[in-house]
Design a protein around this ligand. Structure first.
Ligand code: 2HG
Ligand code: ZN
Length: 426
């Protein structure tokens, strides 16, 4: 993104949990701060060390790049234990060899790591079907801020003894412990999947179509919204236009079911409102997915100033109005920039990307977007987390008591404030 820079006095690349524990023990004794980095694909600056003003404590970058082991798949129990640095693609490939899959998928799958997606509770394109990363975590191994190793590692589906520590570390953004390993739930891949890109007149046509597909008995595997501006930008960077007819909005819909999925899907498309054109591709539909997955990179290559990237969500019934308000805001006299909106429409999640924003207007524009989202009862962070990008605005998403509770947990687990300083709490 070209937005975040920082300083590390050293980089350590441990291979084992014991090595991580040894490093953290030393850091705790010497008051050294630790920024953990997995694939470094996060979009809120959470894996970039802080800058280094005079007199600040030394910081190390702890990279999980060498912690890439993937255990043997437990086919009956549908789970796998992995080290934190194993990539999402590696885990999914290993699961695939056993006839299973990892329920989390995202465009950065080749680089994003297990530790990173758990630490950020990543959402991704399969969330509508299998839930977020937190729901895939059966067990966790982590090094606490004092160097002790915490291991809750049970494949039991039912195990109700006290606090949900794996659930707490999921989404903790490196602020509570260093995640070194994860025991992940695996899921069964869809049968008979079909992928369609549908050119649509309006956002509300997309949500109605998703409902109609469900009513027709189809299972929604993914539902992604794109705009003409986004598709055109990807096309300018070498991507294919998915549908011949240009339209204000496009819905990428992946559905599955038992028998005759394509016929059922075509029936839904024929009767749905606002459909201007559509193309259907059986199987994994990689060619159709390409245009969606190339959005982030095409955006980064097209903006004159660092992109203002805001990952927000609104109730599904408010999506159409929220998108209209955001586009109007970007074109208003007060804030001139180029908006590219896309995202996981089935989850009410819009990725607001604002290009060519004058640097002195980045914060003002961010606040204006958050005001629109608040007006529709939405969230300032749908799936990317808080990181450094949004730490000044957590009060817009959580009450004072809620924030104080988070702070109390942080202080209890990391009393010296060594783990990922500047992230989440600012
Ligand atoms: C995606 O859905 C990612 O592709 C990135 O969450 C979103 O670049 C973005 O705004
Ligand atoms: Zn996303």
């Amino acid at each position: 993104m070209g937005r975040y820079t920082g300083h590390a006095d050293a980089v350590v690349r441990p291979r084992t949990t014991d090595e991580v524990a040894a490093v953290v023990t030393l850091c705790a004794a010497e008051g050294v701060r630790i920024c953990v980095q997995g694939g470094n694909t996060g979009l809120v600056g959470g894996s970039v060390p802080p800058s280094h003003p005079d007199g600040s404590r030394p910081t190390i970058l702890l990279s999980t790049a060498r912690m890439t082991d993937v255990d043997e798949i437990d086919i009956v129990g549908q789970s796998v234990g992995v080290q934190a640095g194993a990539s999402v693609a590696t885990i999914d490939t290993a699961a695939g060899r056993a006839g299973l899959m990892f329920g989390v998928d995202l465009a950065s799958r080749e680089s994003a790591t297990a530790g990173g997606v758990v630490a950020t509770n990543a959402g991704g394109v399969r969330m509508i079907r299998h839930g977020n990363t937190r729901s895939q975590v059966l067990g966790i191994e982590a090094v606490l801020a004092d160097g002790r190793i915490l291991r809750r590692w049970s494949p039991l589906v039912k195990d109700n003894v006290g606090y949900d520590i794996p659930g707490l570390l999921a989404g903790s953004e490196g602020t509570l412990a260093v995640i070194t390993g994860v025991l992940l739930r695996l899921v069964r891949p869809a049968t008979g999947a079909e992928v369609a890109v549908i050119a649509l007149r309006a956002v509300d046509d997309a949500t109605a179509l998703i409902g109609a597909a469900r009513d027709a008995g189809l299972t929604i595997e993914a539902a992604e919204l794109m705009t003409d501006a986004g598709v055109t930008l990807v096309h300018e960077h070498g991507g294919r236009r998915p549908v011949a007819t240009a339209a204000p909005f496009y819905l990428l819909l992946e559905v599955s079911g038992t028998g005759g999925v394509q016929d059922v899907l075509l029936g839904v498309l024929e009767t749905a409102d606002g459909v201007l054109d559509a193309v259907v591709e059986p199987g994994p539909g990689r060619a159709l997915w390409e245009v969606r997955e190339r959005h982030t990179e095409s955006i980064s290559r097209s903006t004159a100033t660092p992109v203002v990237k805001l990952d927000v969500s609104v109730p599904i019934h408010a999506l159409g109005d929220a998108v209209a308000d955001l586009e109007a805001l970007a074109g208003s006299r007060d804030h001139r920039c180029r908006p590219i909106l896309f995202g996981h429409v089935g989850d009410g999640n819009i990725h607001v990307n604002l290009l060519d924003v004058p640097p002195d207007d980045a914060d003002g524009l961010t606040e204006a977007v958050f005001a629109v989202i608040a007006g529709h009862g939405g969230s300032i962070s749908a799936e990317h987390g808080i990181g450094r990008a949004k730490s000044a605005w957590t009060h817009l998403g959580r009450s004072a008591v809620d924030l104080a509770t988070m702070r109390a947990i942080k202080d209890a687990l990391d009393p010296q404030g060594l783990l990922n300083p500047g992230v989440l709490f600012g």
